[in-house]
Design a protein around this ligand. Structure first.
Ligand code: MG
Length: 142
């Protein structure tokens, strides 16, 4: 059995008849708001235990955030693994060609001259997203 969050969450949504799309799509505002609220609830639960723990509770709430985030991506038809890969690519491009990390005096990692910002729009377009400005529309079946 796969342990990939995307696969697990897709199984959950299928089993319980929750929304799932395979192409990036703007969804009904009520559904979009509901997903945002679910994620905010889980993020608040992380904040509650972030400092004092206990550690098992923190692990649980972190997993809930990831699970709900993947679910929200699935509801919107976003392949989140590909988006995360793009964010990772951009973050890694902060490294200099010599493999050295450039830091400011206070320790903040600087974006070096080889830094290339994430292009999430491009990733979604490759997944089939048509932005509203180009004639994309909300999913009428949502
Ligand atoms: Mg929770």
């Amino acid at each position: 059995m796969s342990t990939s969050p995307a696969d697990l969450v897709r199984e959950f949504h299928r089993t319980f008849g929750l929304d799932a799309r395979s192409t990036p799509t703007e969804v009904d505002p009520e559904l979009a708001a509901h997903r945002g609220e679910l994620l905010a609830e889980e993020a608040a639960e992380v904040a509650e235990v972030a400092v004092e723990g206990p550690l098992d509770r923190l692990a649980h709430e972190l997993a809930d955030v990831v699970y709900v985030a993947y679910g929200t991506a699935l509801v919107h038809g976003i392949d989140l693994d590909q988006v995360i890969a793009e964010i990772h690519r951009a973050n890694m491009s902060k490294l200099g060609p010599d493999g050295q990390v450039a830091r400011r005096a206070d320790g903040k990692v600087l974006k070096g001259e080889h830094y290339r910002a994430p292009d999430v729009s491009s990733v979604l377009r490759h997944q089939g997203w048509i932005p509203a400005a180009q004639g994309g529309a909300s999913d009428p079946t949502a």
